[in-house]
Structures are given as C-alpha cells and as structure tokens.
Design a protein around this ligand. Structure first.
Ligand code: NAP
Length: 319
C-alpha cells in the first residue's frame, strides 16, 4: 500500500480508501458478518482510510464499520474514520445532535474527518453558523479535521472564510475516467491548497470494471439502474474506453478496475480514491491498484479515449 500525508500533519492515509455506502439497502451488504469480512480484508491490505456517512443505510454503514473495527481489535489511532453530515442537518443545533448520534453509532470518542456531505440546498441554512458549530466540535476534540463533499469552489471559499482556528483538509466529489468535470476547477483547487481530493464513484459505480455490457446492465431493483452511466445511450459511448481498459488489463496483468484507479492516482498526487466493495475480493483487487504505474503512453491513451466521451445526464425522461 502507498500512503499520503494529510496537510503537513504527519498523519498518513492509504492511497486507496474503502467506501462503505455498500453497507446499506441501496447496495445490498446488509448482513453485518459480510461487512466485517470486507473491513477485515481492507485492514489486511493496509487500508486505513474508511469513508462512511450518516445517511448510508440510515446509519447502518456507520454502525457496521464501527462495530467491525472494534471487534477486530483495531487500535483507534491506527485507522482514519471519515463520515459525513448531510446538508439538511446544518443548523448549529442539528450539527451537535447528529454528530453525537454518529459518534454513538461508530462507537468512538472522536471522528477523524467530518465532511459536509452536500450543501444545504433546500433549507437555506446560512453558512457561518453551521461552520462555527463544526469548528467548536474540533475545539472540543470530537472531530479532528473538516472536509467538504459536493461543494462548488465559491461555496467552499465561503466555508473556509467562516473558520478561524482550523481549515478544510479534504474535498470529495464524483470523479472517474468517464466523468472528469472535477479536473476543471476542483482538483486544481485541492492541489493549490494542499487538500486531499477524494473521488467518489471512482469506478463509475462498477462500469469501469468491465463486467457490465449493453446486454448485462444493472437490473431494475439495483441502485444503479437509473444512474446516467448505465443508461444504454451513455453506456454505448463508453464502450471504447472499456475495450481499452480490457486490453491494458491483459498487457499489465491487472484488472480493468486496477488500471482505472492507477490512471486516476497518476493524474494528481492529491487524489485518494475510495472505491466501494461488496466482497473482500473487490478490496484485494482495488488495494492492488497501487505500488506500480502505467507507462506514460498508456496513461495518455486512456486520457485521449476518455476525453472523447460525452455522456448526457438528461436521461430520466428517456425511460
Ligand atoms: N460524497 C458523496 O456524495 C458520495 C456519493 C457516492 C459515493 N460516495 C462514497 O464513494 C464510495 C465509492 O463510490 P460508489 O460506491 O458509488 O462507486 P464505485 O466505488 O465506483 O463502485 C463500487 C461498486 O463497483 C463494484 N466493484 C468495486 N470494486 C470492484 C472490483 N475490484 N472488481 C469488480 N467490481 C468492483 C461493486 O459493485 P458490483 O459488484 O455490484 O458491480 C461496488 O459496489 C462509496 O462507498 C461512498 O463511500 C460518496
């Protein structure tokens, strides 16, 4: 495993994290023992960065993750737990209430990274009051670091301007070889400000693993069924990329998922992908996407092919 440091703190997190939204009804890992095996394998592979959220499985993901880490007798300081507070909970009172509940579910005294899951878009919560509440939690030792997710740069700047004693250390956004919008403003911002950039859906929800095809798309009950990536019109467009990943997969003796993740970590030293896993084998595969590099020529080949893909998000009316 490779490790990266969080902003001159001496704290090192694994270059590949584990996304745990999968511990929910949405993705189907609802049996605790299955989740525990995934966490155990991640630890075995040197992964110490775990991403969860209050909303995943309405708390199930936090609960499973915390319980597994405790039952596996992991020393608290050896893992880095990142969770997220939803935009809806961003009044100062709800910040405290929800973090208290989160700590209980995780069974821990403190959260390493508390991320703002998405901006408050329906309830008009003003920014500085909730940021001051979050800063107070840092002050009181209940949260070590703060991060954002899905915040546009301008709002992120506003968030930072509300903080007086601490700063944002990480940015989490949708980013993968098919959806590269983050390269325009967000990744450069993370690089310039020495923040960790955490791509979510780094495997494009499984599309980049090469196991799906036009004849084998996620079924109706699957959380991905209505995701634009898997809409047949879009899926057709990504086929050349999947073909290239499969060819490189043979050349390097690596899986298409590993090639995709390696491409991404080569894009920026600030990038720490957090692929989700539904079984221990996924964790092994994803953890082994580091420790080696694609050649520059092959990196460029994928760069060119993926730049030629333009998917549409206006798909829902086509159903
Ligand atoms: N901040 C946010 O708003 C936000 C949003 C979404 C996700 N996230 C975080 O990001 C994490 C990852 O995103 P994601 O779960 O949406 O998508 P992802 O990591 O791109 O895809 C995960 C899925 O791909 C398949 N897979 C994973 N590794 C594989 C491998 N090596 N070989 C074959 N198949 C593999 C598995 O599903 P199948 O086996 O069923 O194909 C797995 O559930 C989440 O767990 C969550 O922590 C954050």
């Amino acid at each position: 495993m490779e490790y990266v440091e969080i902003r001159n703190t001496g704290i090192k997190i694994s270059r590949i994290g584990l996304g745990t939204w999968q511990f929910s009804e949405a993705w189907g890992v609802t049996n605790y023992e299955d989740a525990k095996k995934i966490v155990e394998k991640a630890l075995e592979m040197g992964i110490n960065f775990f991403d969860t959220a209050m909303v995943y499985g309405n708390g199930m993901s936090e609960e499973f993750l915390g319980r597994a880490l405790r039952e596996l007798s992991v020393k608290r300081e050896e893992v880095f737990i990142a969770t997220k507070i939803p935009g809806d909970f961003l009044t100062p009172e709800d910040v405290f209430r929800s973090v208290d509940k989160s700590l209980k579910r995780l069974g821990t005294e403190y959260i390493d990274l508390l991320q703002l899951h998405w901006p408050p878009c329906w309830h008009n919560h003003p920014t500085c009051p909730y940021m001051r509440a979050l800063e107070k939690l840092v002050d009181l030792g209940k949260v070590r670091f703060l991060g954002v997710s899905n915040y546009p740069v301008k709002l992120l700047e506003e968030v930072r301007s509300c903080l007086s004693k601490t700063d944002i250390v990480s940015m989490q956004y949708r980013y993968n070889l098919i959806e590269r919008q983050a390269e325009i403003e967000l990744i450069p911002y993370a690089e310039k400000n020495n923040m960790i950039f955490l791509p979510w859906s780094p495997l494009s929800k499984g599309a980049l693993t090469g196991k799906y095809s036009l004849d084998n798309l996620p079924e109706f009950q699957d959380v991905r069924h209505r995701d634009p990536i898997f809409h047949p019109e879009n899926f057709k467009k990504i086929q050349p990329l999947i073909d290239a990943l499969k060819q490189l997969s043979q050349k390097y003796n690596k899986s298409p998922a590993q090639i995709s993740l390696n491409w991404m970590i080569m894009y920026s030293k600030n990038i720490v992908p957090i692929p989700g896993a539904k079984k221990p084998e996924h964790v092994v595969d994803n953890a082994n996407s580091v420790g080696w590099r694609l050649s520059y020529e092959d990196w460029r080949l994928l760069d060119e092919i993926s730049k030629g893909i333009r998917i549409s998000y206006a798909t829902w009316y086509l159903y």
